[in-house]
Design a protein around this ligand. Structure first.
Ligand code: C5P
Length: 234
């Protein structure tokens, strides 16, 4: 294995708990994901503190706005030295291209590495009927494929997707396109609200590049040990 593909979702509302987890997991996982739950309360400071531990950060704020605003948000994220960030592919090609251009220029300007820009296609919580409700094709599989193609054409570096979508997407995406999959459950761990899951090993075999795991690690009595055990299974 070339690198550690495990990304742990720090889905907590206290900086102190997030930092405790980050300290416990530093060195055993590939990155830590900071999403809207933690970022809304703890802000950029928690990103700086996690980075100060030497752990790569995946900033999962799913930007979706006019191209100029998304570009500026990406520039802010680059200044925080994040390694990956998410953008809704449904925001359109102009928005994605503006984000990529901002990542390139800000990385050069602030002397930071260029982060991977990942598209979000259709939230896995949406059913076909709910897609119809918002005026989209009531077919999640087709909508995912359509937005995945648009993300590739726009120059994005990868996608966040369900592990169950990976085999279909791998059929037409460029081989270097990064697939990041949540919905991962190690054998024997609680499903929580996730319905269609794969084990870490199954997801990698299906063609995922990165595995996002939250509760199975963060809610464990010994998160580091659980993370190490998962890495052993890969
Ligand atoms: O605790 P669990 O392993 O289910 O956490 C999964 C993480 O991945 C959460 O941060 C969740 O918001 C995120 N996610 C997801 N499904 C998606 C997109 C993101 O579970 N389709």
């Amino acid at each position: 294995m070339k690198r550690n593909p495990i990304i742990v979702a720090l889905d907590v509302q206290e900086s102190s708990r997030a930092l405790e987890l980050a300290r416990a997991l530093a060195g055993t996982v590939g990155a830590l994901k900071i999403g809207s739950e933690l970022f809304t309360i703890a802000g950029p400071e928690i990103v700086r503190q996690v980075r100060a531990l030497g752990v790569p950060v995946f900033l999962d704020l799913k930007f979706h706005d006019i191209p100029n605003t998304v570009a500026q948000a990406v520039s802010s994220a680059v200044q925080l030295d994040v390694s990956m960030l998410t953008i809704h592919a449904g925001g359109g090609s102009a928005m994605m291209k503006a984000a990529l251009e901002a990542a390139r220029t800000s990385a050069a300007k602030f002397n930071r590495p260029e982060p991977l820009l990942l598209g979000v296609t259709v939230l896995t919580s949406l059913s076909d009927a709910e897609l119809g409700e918002v005026g989209l094709e009531p077919n999640a599989v087709e909508q995912v494929a359509r937005l995945a193609r648009l993300a590739v054409q726009s120059g994005m570096n990868g996608l966040v997707c369900s592990p169950k979508e990976v085999p279909v997407l791998r059929g037409f995406l460029p081989p270097t396109f990064q697939l990041v999959t949540p919905g991962i459950r190690p054998a024997g761990s609680a499903m929580g609200d996730q319905k269609r899951t794969l084990t870490p090993r199954e997801a990698l075999e299906a063609g995922s590049n990165w595995l996002v795991i939250g509760r199975p690690i963060c809610a464990a009595a010994d998160p580091r040990r659980v993370a190490e055990e998962i890495v052993q299974t890969l």
